[in-house]
Design a protein around this ligand. Structure first.
Ligand code: PLP
Ligand code: SF4
Length: 459
C-alpha cells in the first residue's frame, strides 16, 4: 500500500525523552517559575517523570502553565504528595542530601502511597500444561489481556497512572516470541476468547520486529476475532505511525492481522482534544485507518486534566470527525497521588451527561462513566429517586459473572463517593451486585488483579 508521507518537514523528528535528570536543560524549564521547578523536582524524586520533546513543543501550552491540562498530565504536581511527604522530600533536596538518602526516603514514601505492591499475587494465574503464564490476564470470558514484556514503558508518563511498581521492560526478540507462543497455546485452549487486548505500559514502544513476532502467533489462532492494541502513542508520539523508521512496518503488522481475517482495534488513549490537534496526530489517525484498523478512544476522567464537559465533547467530536470511535469514559481509582486527581462519581456522571448532550449520535458510541472494579465494569447510569430515596442507578457492562451484565441496580446516593467501594446497596435485592466471589478466574503475575484492570483501561 502506498501511504502519503508528505507532511513531514525536512528531517523526521527523533524521539527525545526528558526526565528529572535532564529536564532542566530544556528552554521551557528555564521559563518556569522557581516555585514550580522546585515542586517538579521534589515530586519527581518520588514518582516517575518522563516527557518527550513533542509533548513539550506541541501539546503543552506554556502560557497556561501550571493549569494547562497537558502540563498536569505529564509534570508531577505539588498536590500529588501529602504535605508531610512533600516537606520531607523538599528538605532533603534543599539540603542537597546524598542520592542514597533521597532514594531511601522516596522508597519509604512510595510504600505508603502504594497499598498493593506488585508481586503479591493472591489470585489464580492462568496456566497451560501446568506452566504459569506471566503477562496474561483473563477476567472476562471473551477478552484476554496480554502484557508483553517488551511493551512495559511509555513514550511519556501520565501523572495519574500507578506505574512505579512495574515498568521494567525487556526488549528481547526471543523472549517476546516465547511469550507469544505461550499466549497462543492459552488461546487455543480457550476458544471462548474472541478478543486479545495487547496492553502495557504501551505495546507500541515495541520495535516492529518484536511486535511481528507476537502477530505471528496470534494470527494462527482461528478463534480470535479481534486484536486490540491499547496505546497512548497516538497521543504522546504519533510519529510512531508516521515518521519513525519502522512506522510502515508497524502498520504492515496491522495489515497482516486484517489479512488473517481479524479486526484490529486500536484502543487509543486520548485524554484531551489537544492531543488530536496537531497535523502529525491527524496523519497518525489517517495512516492507522488506511490499514483497515479502527481507532476507539478511551480515557479516564481526571481532575485538573479533563474534568469539564467542553473538553470531552470536543474530544468526541474531533475524534469522530477523524474517524475514531468514542468508546469509554473511565472513573479513576485512587492513584496513590493524594486524592489529587479524584472526582466524586456524581460529578463524573454530570460531566459525561453534559458532554454527551452536546455531541451528535455518531459520537454517542461512548459509554461511561465506568469503574473497573472487582466484580466487573460498573457503569454509573445516573442519579435518580427510588421510593422517595435518592439513589445511584448502576449496571455492569462487563462482569466476571456474565448473568449480572445489564441488570440495573441501585446504591444509596452519596455525593462524596468517588469509587465503588464507597457505595452501599440501596435495598436487599441490590446486595448481590456488591458481593465479591471467593475465587477469581485468572490473573496476572506481578500485577494485582485491580492493577491489571487499571492498565487494561489506560492502554
Ligand atoms: C475493560 C477490560 C476488558 C475489555 O472489556 P470490553 O468490555 O470487552 O471492552 C478486558 N479485561 C479487563 C480486565 C478489562 O478491564
Ligand atoms: S496511563 Fe498508559 S501511557 Fe500513561 S503512564 Fe500509564 S501505562 Fe503509560
Amino acid at each position: 500500500m502506498v501511504r502519503d508521507n508528505t507532511n513531514t518537514t525536512g528531517q523526521p523528528p527523533k524521539f527525545k525523552v526528558l526526565t528529572r535528570a535532564n529536564i532542566d536543560k530544556s528552554p521551557e524549564w528555564q521559563r518556569l517559575p522557581e516555585e514550580i521547578q522546585e515542586s517538579v523536582k521534589t515530586v519527581s524524586a518520588v514518582l516517575p517523570f518522563r516527557v518527550n520533546q513533542y509533548v513539550l513543543d506541541e501539546l503543552i501550552d506554556w502560557s497556561n502553565v501550571p493549569d494547562d491540562p497537558m502540563f498536569q498530565l505529564t509534570f508531577p504536581q505539588r498536590g500529588m504528595l501529602s504535605d508531610k511527604h512533600y516537606t520531607t522530600m523538599r528538605r532533603l533536596i534543599r539540603e542537597d542530601a546524598e542520592k542514597a538518602e533521597i532514594e531511601e526516603a522516596a522508597n519509604r514514601i512510595r510504600l505508603e502511597l502504594n497499598p498493593h505492591p506488585a508481586g503479591q499475587m493472591t489470585h489464580n494465574v492462568p496456566t497451560v500444561d501446568g506452566e504459569e503464564l506471566p503477562g496474561v490476564q483473563h477476567k472476562y470470558r471473551e477478552t484476554t489481556l496480554f502484557f508483553p514484556s517488551s511493551g512495559q514503558t511509555c513514550h511519556a508518563y501520565c501523572t495519574f497512572c500507578f506505574r512505579w511498581a512495574q515498568f521494567v521492560g525487556m526488549n528481547d526478540l526471543k523472549f517476546a516470541a516465547k511469550e507469544a507462543s505461550q499466549l497462543r497455546c492459552y488461546l487455543e485452549h480457550h476458544p471462548e476468547v474472541t478478543d486479545v487486548l495487547i496492553t502495557g505500559g504501551d505495546p507500541m514502544v515495541m520495535k516492529a520486529k518484536i511486535f511481528a513476532a507476537i502477530v505471528d502467533e496470534i494470527i494462527k489462532v482461528e478463534t480470535v476475532r479481534t486484536v486490540r492494541i491499547g496505546t497512548k502513542s497516538v497521543a504522546y508520539w504519533p510519529q510512531r505511525f508516521v515518521t519513525d523508521n519502522d512506522a510502515d512496518d508497524i502498520l504492515k503488522q496491522f495489515e497482516r492481522i486484517i489479512q488473517a481475517g481479524k479486526h484490529v482495534a486500536v484502543m487509543g488513549h486520548y485524554n484531551h482534544p489537544v492531543e488530536l490537534s496537531t497535523p502529525v496526530a491527524e496523519e497518525c489517525v489517517r495512516r492507522i485507518r488506511s490499514t483497515g484498523a479502527n481507532i476507539r478512544m478511551q480515557s479516564p476522567i481526571i481532575r485538573h486534566i479533563n474534568d469539564d464537559a467542553g473538553s470531552w465533547a470536543e474530544l468526541w467530536r474531533r475524534g469522530t470527525q477523524l474517524g475514531c470511535i468514542p468508546y469509554y469514559m473511565f472513573v479513576e481509582r485512587d492513584t496513590g497521588a493524594q486524592r489529587y486527581f479524584e472526582l466524586p462519581l456524581v460529578r463524573c456522571w454530570e460531566i459525561f451527561r453534559e458532554a454527551y448532550q452536546r455531541v451528535p449520535g455518531t459520537a454517542r458510541t461512548v459509554r461511561g462513566p465506568s469503574m473497573s472494579c472487582f466484580p466487573g465494569k460498573c457503569h454509573v447510569l445516573g442519579v435518580t429517586e427510588v421510593g422517595g430515596q435518592k439513589a445511584f442507578m448502576l449496571e455492569y457492562l462487563q462482569a466476571r459473572d456474565p448473568s449480572l451484565v445489564r441488570q440495573p441496580f441501585f446504591a444509596k446516593y452519596d455525593p462524596t463517593a468517588t469509587w465503588y467501594d464507597d457505595l452501599k446497596p440501596l435495598t436487599k435485592s441490590d446486595e448481590k451486585f456488591f458481593s465479591y466471589p471467593e475465587e477469581t478466574p485468572a490473573s496476572t503475575v506481578g500485577l494485582t488483579v485491580d492493577r491489571a484492570d487499571a492498565y487494561a483501561e489506560k492502554n
